[in-house]
Design a protein around this ligand. Structure first.
Ligand code: CP
Ligand code: NVA
Length: 313
């Protein structure tokens, strides 16, 4: 197994990585997945500890990181954001410096993206973003690994994202731009992805050859897409905006009807958790077109590769 050597200390956003580094992570992911499927695990992070700070709920991220580091011979500590001293006013800076004396890596799920940036800046150990209000890099890397392990032909990788221009959309755009995959985002004007992020991704895309489109028309987005992606309309922490967002996003939903307007062989993706029959019809999520549980499984394998690359040196 070749452990990629990364330039970055941390994974705060997808753009911490180069295209070459992502592909190296995917090669390690494929090897780790093949081993795991045979019931084999290697102690690549023997006795290493990962502190996991959660200020928001999680099923996939929490379980896949903890199971992942255990499979690699290490250990995870679950730190509820409400229990640790951060909640009582200890600074992120001090938390970073203290945890750096105990453990070998930190994974954080938080609200403000600046918290992740500050933690990474002040920790001497790797920091991994397990979701902030603005980014979800581990998700996007698992999603593109899911596509790359299915496809030999790069032309078949075009993605349409239907819905809220949120944290998951941001990381997907950045990953698509680096990897040279076309992505079309169909969303209402009020819920477009961050404009600066899109402009930066477009500059990256000129090098990789991908096209990044924003449209108001879900049918136009899915027309030539091989992968149709959506995420919840109301992200964690946005509960007060629910009524307004549901109204604005009503037509940005993956339905059987929308599927019928695109390619007959397109696949449906969702980072989960899904709000069934809100952003996606329940039948579509359960259909043969859906690859959502492959995405969920690949969180485990991709994150093991990320932890090896960041914490294994
Ligand atoms: N997709 C994802 O990050 O799921 P969790 O919120 O369950 O971790
Ligand atoms: N956009 C969602 C993703 C959950 C994994 C949220 O932030 O709640």
């Amino acid at each position: 197994m070749i452990i990629p050597k990364l330039k970055t200390k941390d994974l705060v956003t997808v753009t911490d990585l180069t295209r070459g580094e992502i592909m190296a992570i995917f090669r390690l992911t494929a090897a780790l997945k093949k081993d795991a499927r045979r019931g084999r695990h290697r102690d690549l992070l023997n006795k290493k500890s990962l502190a996991m700070i959660f200020e928001k709920s999680s099923t996939r991220t929490r379980v896949s990181f903890e199971a992942g580091i255990t499979q690699l011979g290490g250990h995870a500590l679950f730190l509820d954001g409400n229990d640790i001293q951060l909640r009582r006013g200890e600074t992120i800076d001090d938390t970073a410096r203290v945890l750096s004396r105990y453990v070998d890596g930190i994974m954080i799920r938080t609200f403000s993206h600046d918290n992740v940036v500050e933690l990474a800046r002040n920790a001497t150990i790797p920091v991994i973003n397990g979701l902030s209000d603005e980014h979800h890099p581990c998700q996007a890397l698992a999603d593109f690994f899911t596509i790359f392990e299915r496809e030999k032909n790069a032309n078949r990788m075009r993605m349409a994202y239907i819905g809220d221009g949120n944290n998951v959309a941001h990381s997907l755009i950045q990953c698509a731009a680096l990897l040279g995959v076309d992505i079309s985002i169909a969303c209402p004007a009020a819920y477009e992805p961050d404009q600066d992020l899109v402009e930066e991704a477009r500059r990256t895309a000129t090098g990789s050859g991908s096209v990044i489109e924003i449209t108001r028309d879900p049918a136009a987005a899915v027309e030539n897409a091989y992968y149709l992606y959506t995420d919840v309309w109301i992200s964690m922490g946005e509960e007060k905006k629910a009524a307004r967002k549901k109204k604005a996003l009503a037509k940005y939903k993956i339905t059987k009807e929308l599927l019928s307007k695109g390619r007959a062989d397109s696949k449906v993706m969702h980072c989960l958790p899904a709000h069934r029959d809100e952003e996606i019809e329940s039948d579509v999520l359960d259909s043969g077109r859906s690859i959502v549980f492959d995405q969920a499984e690949n969180r485990l394998h991709v994150q093991k590769a990320i932890m090896c690359a960041l914490m294994g040196r």
